[in-house]
Design a protein around this ligand. Sequence first.
Ligand SMILES: Cc1cc2nc3c(=O)[nH]c(=O)nc-3n(C[C@H](O)[C@H](O)[C@H](O)COP(=O)(O)OP(=O)(O)OC[C@H]3O[C@@H](n4cnc5c(N)ncnc54)[C@H](O)[C@@H]3O)c2cc1C
Length: 156
Amino acid sequence: MRRKDRQVTNRSKIQEIIASCDCCRLGIQDNAGIYVVPMSFGYESLQGVDTFYFHSANTGRKIDLLRQNPRVGFEMDTHYQLKTAATPCGYSAQFQSIIGTGTVSFLEDIMEKRQALSIIMRHYTEKFDWEFSEERLQSVCVFRLTADTLSCKEHK
Ligand SMILES: Cc1cc2nc3c(=O)[nH]c(=O)nc-3n(C[C@H](O)[C@H](O)[C@H](O)COP(=O)(O)OP(=O)(O)OC[C@H]3O[C@@H](n4cnc5c(N)ncnc54)[C@H](O)[C@@H]3O)c2cc1C
């Protein structure tokens, strides 16, 4: 990162920033280029590895592409605030953001899916012990993104 003064390396601060993001944008590879798709997500640090969970319908462009190529980029950001000034070049913005890369794997095991959906729900509600019907668990597509790079930047 060119602006080292804006780089966040403290793990608990990074996790705090992830917790306050609402949306994760996945950059998925496609023969035509890159397909960027916004998604709700859940997060956990799994044995120190940054791990994100997503749910979706079983069909559609992103799922078809992910099944062909599970390597993705991702981005999320929070606390955007415009800082105004007298001149255009004086304008700036506060933000906190995360950028990374990783590999997607699809969860097939019902217990794993339940756990992942609970992690997604916890991200938005802070409640973990939700009920999911067997039918829903069978039909929903749930996937995990295991990050292999992750950087965090904060502009105060
Ligand atoms: C904040 C936010 C959170 C979301 N959370 C989830 C989630 O948790 N799970 C989930 O499955 N979906 C979520 N969505 C919707 C998601 O972005 C996709 O629209 C959806 O997953 C369908 O993707 P697909 O590749 O299957 O699209 P398809 O239905 O196959 O459609 C393909 C085409 O439709 C267009 N398209 C698809 N999605 C969008 C979009 N969001 N905006 C504009 N054009 C689009 C593109 O041109 C794309 O090529 C969320 C959207 C937002 C904005």
